[in-house]
Design a binder for this molecule. Structure first.
Ligand code: ACM
Length: 536
């Protein structure tokens, strides 16, 4: 068996300062500035047809109209109003209608081009009104993210800006390439509280990401309350890399995160990593260890040294109870059971363990997701293998696919947001390579792997491991601008993607991140737009 250990090269986990990005958007959009063009959206839309000479100007008395009888569509209207009110200073009441609006902003669940499917939308901008049409509230939400990017960057400010609030006329018809468009946050190596995760959900939802995978357990920390095994949180969650206080989510906090994500049409995928990466659990309960002795809590960054005790019956009681409680809290379809870097579990034990626990997921009403090494174990219906390798073929992944698994692509040398951009980057690791923006962008999820058919690819996920990341500004610096680049791989057709056009579109996002207070890496590969100077 060839499992590769991650060689963790830790730079200082604490002595890292990144430039804060809280610049003030102090100027009006210059009166002569052209509105944002329909083709400049990230991820690039499937089709955008400008209407020459047509502009819509949002009036102070505009309303946001949503369909009668769909509270979820009205909620998207309220989300849009909450975005636009602070910077415009307009009241923007959200109303319901069963007719066809003729002014303002309309979000409608009828009349979209059928190609938009379950997550896409059609956006029409005329001189009289802006209309987003979709078949679902999720489609409306994605259309609203596009509408937001078509307004001037100053719309992202949280204080009143002068306007005018103009949009270029035309039509966008847009829908995703892949149904799984993910980000992952490792809340185990360093714990991030509910407010940080909510902020990350806000940030990723702008780029039509629809899944957040939470890596809830590892050697350094267990981050979710399990009633049947309370010491997992109170002991296993009590520290983190570097020895800080750690933390954990109560069930109420986790449920709040799930709801906050759902309001942004994002599904939470919780991960309990097993049978390796389990020191926090082993330290919490002596009886989970083969020698009945709890090891100390661990605050370093090595991998591959821990294993649940495959030969003990209590191990299976433990796993079954943990997964059942997590399933009961999680409305999404997947439970991620890890399965990577089980370097302290024999090959035979690994298969025995995985084959025994996978049915617990199905019995709890969920579908198995795991790192691609779980291809060594038997298939279970609907199983997803998450590829994190750095090569273009892998025996475990091929085994998973040949047994029927679908694949989520997270190649570590392209999609890992914790890799350094360059060897000057103050945060992050480099065991999978350096990942500048162009490297993150320039690959095709359908063709990267030589022996996995395009039809097996379910989507793309951008993982963020947190050995070196301790705060929101660190997460933002590693995600921006690579997360939007990976979001475009997951959403936009391959034929519409092109680095030279992308880097200009990406550069135009910079003033939006500045206005939002996002701390981002000013990659020299990207021609960053500057916000208008104050006083003009
Ligand atoms: C991993 O990076 N060990 C999934």
């Amino acid at each position: 068996m060839h499992r590769r250990a991650r060689q963790v090269l830790l730079v200082s986990a604490v002595a890292v300062v990144t430039a804060a990005g809280f610049a003030w958007i102090g100027a009006a959009t210059p009166a002569d500035a052209a509105p944002v063009s329909l083709q400049s959206v990230v991820p690039v839309p499937v089709s955008a047809q400008p209407a020459a000479g047509v502009t819509y100007t949002l009036p102070a008395a505009a309303t946001i109209q949503t369909p009668t009888g769909s509270p979820a569509a009205t909620a998207v209207g309220s989300y849009l109003a909450d975005l636009l009110r602070p910077s415009t200073g307009y009241a923007l009441p959200v109303t319901t209608t069963s007719g066809t609006p003729t002014s303002g902003i309309a979000l409608l669940l009828s009349g979209a081009d059928p190609s938009v499917g379950s997550e896409g939308y059609q956006l029409d901008v005329t001189a009289a009104l802006v209309t987003v049409r979709a078949q679902t509230p999720a489609g409306l939400f994605h259309g609203v993210q596009t509408l937001r990017q078509l307004l001037p960057a100053a719309v992202e400010a949280r204080t009143v800006q002068p306007g005018p609030w103009e949009l270029a006329g035309g039509r966008i018809v847009d829908y995703p390439r892949y149904g799984y468009r993910g980000a992952m946050l490792d809340v185990s190596r360093h714990f991030f509280g509910v407010d940080v995760v909510k902020r990350y959900l806000d940030e990723i939802s702008q780029y039509k990401i629809n899944t957040l995978h939470l890596h809830l357990s590892d050697d350094q920390g267990w981050r979710i309350v399990v009633d049947a095994w309370p010491r997992l949180a109170t002991v296993g969650g009590s520290t983190q890399v570097g020895g800080g206080a750690g933390g954990y989510y109560t069930k109420a906090q986790y449920t709040d995160l799930v709801a906050y994500a759902a309001a942004r049409h994002i599904t939470i995928v919780p991960e309990i990593d097993m049978p390796g990466h389990t020191n926090a659990a082993l330290a919490s309960y002596a009886e989970l260890n083969c020698n009945n002795t709890a090891p100390p809590l661990y605050t370093g960054t090595s991998v591959g040294f821990s294993s649940l005790c495959v030969g003990k019956e209590i191990t299976y009681t433990f796993v079954q109870q943990v997964l059942a409680e997590l399933a009961a809290l999680t409305p999404g379809p997947y439970l991620h059971i890890g399965g990577d870097e089980a370097n302290s579990t024999s090959d035979a034990d690994y298969r025995t363990f995985m084959n025994r626990i996978q049915p617990f997921v199905g019995n709890a009403g969920k579908t198995v997701m795991g790192w691609h090494q779980l291809g060594q174990a038997d298939h279970t219906p609907g199983r997803i293998a998450q590829y994190w390798g750095t090569t273009t073929s892998d025996a475990d992944l091929s085994a998973a696919v040949s047994k029927g698994a679908k694949v989520v692509m997270s190649p570590a040398n392209k999609a890992y947001l914790d890799m350094k951009y360059t060897n000057q980057t103050p945060l992050g690791l480099s065991w999978a390579g350096l990942i500048e923006v162009q490297t993150a962008y320039n690959w095709d999820p359908a063709t990267l792997l030589t022996n996995v058919p395009a039809s097996a690819i379910l989507g793309v996920e951008a993982p963020m491991w947190s050995e070196t990341l301790t705060k929101l500004a660190d997460i933002e610096f590693m995600a921006f601008p690579r997360l939007p680049a990976l979001a475009e791989l997951a959403w936009s057709p391959q034929s519409a993607r092109n680095w030279d056009a992308f880097k200009t579109r990406l550069g135009a996002q910079g003033p939006r991140w500045t206005a939002q207070g996002i701390n981002f890496y000013r990659s020299p590969q990207v021609p960053w737009a500057t916000p208008p100077a104050t006083g003009r």
